[in-house]
Design a protein around this ligand. Sequence first.
Ligand SMILES: [Zn+2]
Length: 191
Amino acid sequence: MRISHCIVSAALALPVAALADDHQHSLEAHVHGIATLNIALEEQQLELQIESPAMNIVGFEYQPKTATDKQTVEAAQSTLKDAAALFVLNPAAQCTLTSVSVDNDLLEETDEHDHDHESHSDVESHDAEHSHSDINAHYHYHCSKPAALNNLDLAGFFKQFPRTEKIRVQFITADQQQGVELSHEHTQFNW
Ligand SMILES: [Zn+2]
């Protein structure tokens, strides 16, 4: 009895190690606590693109089940759409927000579920396979004086979503590209 139990454990050890290795690869793009922000400035068009694990934004990554879960996701969704509460651009650049879109894994699945009750078991197995969820948000601004734009402060974002520990920023214009890592202690990006 005891010997066969040992053999089973040894046989299981190998695939688990292989899985852990796979997991390391996926973590490069999805690490809890870390978000990425791409900033693209082209003439008077400024685009901010945030990509974040849902964990940083709502505190969980499973499909919302209870009323409280759903409220948390909806509250995070409206905070994400409130660009002024998240980003401060230097006023001299005279940037105005022209559009916002939020791509939220935790909302899409909810919609699908509501519309198609028959595929309930499919949705559940889908959840089990995809235990991670992301939230991406795009913000477009029109800046009347883009040459004056040389600063972005993310203090608001860190305050609204304190589970975000670091934001990896990539800034791209026609003639320059630079990257910086921001945190709660260091929220400003100057270029
Ligand atoms: Zn995750």
